[in-house]
Design a protein around this ligand. Structure first.
Ligand code: ADP
Ligand code: MG
Ligand code: ZN
Length: 476
């Protein structure tokens, strides 16, 4: 029997506010344990929460960016559970009236240019603290610095069918939190984390199968791997006549496997009820408009603009806008040299290649947008060939030297002098009479052979356009 996977993601994004959601404690990461705490976020009786306005605005930014409807009157609810990292015994979250609902985002995949993934809801909530289990002694300690740090949870519809779709969705959401400047997106520090709900069903079936929820995945690659493993595990179970149980599973990065952590709670286990300490939050159109106007250009709009302004293909435009920094780099380059296709190719191949191989972000690129533009101007003006430019680019990345200097030092200037090239070309043709004959009898592919010979003789410095022209003339 053939099966399909059904995947829905829950993403927690930590908002970039200075202070926590209901008190004034700092949200900074990495402080000594329990130094960013106060009676409120320690859950002391008698304290009262005061909502941080920035949290609401950041949540609204993401609601707008994901085409959600913003709830005009939303409420906070208490989610009751008991764990040492949750000092109040409940988490303030949202339940029946979350801040936003019914959105979508579009994802692009190589074989399926656009797929729309529904967003069920976005809600605001507070984070819990962190338990630290002693590696040797039978003790655990708790750090409450993270207690009360603001989160939004973004819940998708079960609309994804493959691990690749899930990771494309996650990357798009990641781009959106970065574009809207609401979350730093750091997956290793846990400011952007994802739970994946996975089930399988026979193809053609419309009801949902029993899901397992996967936790503990801290990179896009791991999300893909964990889901892939889980799909295979569930199919194998069903094929053996067994049943998938609803549970929470953890992904073991080293083994590449998921294993059971605990049975999965149902919503009623949490006994949600409206938090009596917080009044309903009312959001009016004027406020929504203000937040909307503060938003920068978002990836989809930017992609469309790059396609119309610079005649880029949809694929190129979506690669270039997949991260805000890449799009900024590209457009900064263009302010120095107005050759969109040339710059796009270089940013997508050479620059991104360098960034990935050195494990850097575009912001940390050893070659700045201005420097790349300088180099590409030399290519455009035929001072050097595209091939030589790659060598120069590598040296720029290594030494930080200006491209002109590298070219001068290494004598890489392109030979575009006809008087210099012509005798060389004639000599090469003379030395290869057989190839010349074949070429003349119709084997035009041999042009590549002759060009190659000229390039070899000039160590790649001959101007390819001129070599082609001269060869054609000499071989006719
Ligand atoms: P909970 O917090 O109990 O996990 P949520 O409603 O917050 O519940 O999240 C449920 C997530 O699981 C959503 O992303 C939803 O799309 C997804 N989901 C629900 N049922 C299934 C299923 N049978 N298979 C795969 N994903 C599912
Ligand atoms: Mg869940
Ligand atoms: Zn506090």
């Amino acid at each position: 029997m053939a099966y399909e996977a059904v995947i829905g993601l829950e993403v927690h994004a930590q908002l970039k506010t200075q202070s926590k959601i209901f008190c004034q404690c700092s949200t900074a990461f990495g402080a000594p344990p329990n130094t960013h705490t106060c009676p409120l976020c320690l859950g002391m009786p008698g304290t009262l929460p005061v909502l941080n306005k920035k949290v609401v605005e950041y949540a609204m930014r993401m609601a707008i960016a994901t085409h959600c409807t913003i709830t005009k009157e939303n409420r906070f609810a208490r989610k009751n559970y008991f764990y040492p990292d949750l000092p109040k015994g409940y988490q303030i979250s949202q339940y029946e009236l979350p801040i936003a609902e019914h959105g979508f985002i579009d994802i692009e995949l190589p074989d399926n240019p656009k797929k729309r993934i529904g967003l069920t809801r976005i809600h605001m909530e507070e984070d819990a603290g962190k338990l630290i289990h002693h590696p040797l002694l039978p003790i655990s300690q708790v750090d409450y610095n993270r207690t009360g740090v603001p989160l939004i949870e973004i819940v998708s519809e079960p609309d994804m069918r493959t691990p690749q779709e899930a990771s494309a969705y996650l990357k798009k959401l990641h781009a959106l939190v970065r574009y809207t400047d609401t979350c730093d997106g750091n997956m290793e520090e846990g400011s952007f984390r994802c739970d994946a709900n996975v089930s399988i069903r026979p193809i053609g079936e419309t009801t949902l199968g029993t899901r397992a929820e996967l936790k503990n995945m801290n990179s896009f690659k791991n999300v893909e791997k964990a889901i892939q493993y889980e799909i295979e595990r569930q199919i194998a179970l069903v094929e053996q006549g067994k049943k998938v149980v609803q549970e929470t599973r953890l992904f073991d990065v080293n083994k590449g496997k998921t294993y059971s952590m605990r049975g999965k709670e149902e919503a009623h286990d949490y006994r949600y009820f409206p938090d009596p300490d917080l009044i309903p939050l009312v959001i009016d159109d004027h406020w929504i408009e203000t937040v909307k106007n503060e938003l920068p250009e978002l990836p989809d709009a930017r992609k469309t603009r790059l396609m119309t302004d610079y005649q880029l293909s949809e694929y190129d435009a979506s690669v270039l806008t997949s991260e805000k920094e890449t799009a900024d780099y590209f457009e900064t380059c263009l302010t120095h040299i107005n050759q969109p296709k040339l710059v796009a190719n270089w940013v997508m191949s050479n620059l991104m290649g360098l960034i990935h191989s050195e494990n850097l972000t575009i912001d940390q690129s050893p070659v700045s947008a201005e420097q790349l533009a300088q180099l590409l101007r030399l290519v455009h003006e035929d001072v050097i060939s595209g091939k030589i430019a790659k060598t120069v680019f590598e040296e720029m990345a290594q030494s930080g030297k200006a491209p002109e200097l590298i070219i001068k030092e290494r004598g890489l200037v392109q030979v575009s002098d006809k008087n210099e090239l012509l005798p060389l070309i004639q000599k090469i043709i003379e030395e290869h009479p057989k190839e010349k004959e074949s070429y003349l009898s119709g084997k035009t592919k041999l042009m590549g052979f002759f060009v190659g010979q000229v390039m070899k003789a000039t160590s790649g410095k001959a101007n390819p356009k001129m070599v082609n022209e001269l060869l054609k003339k000499q071989l006719s």
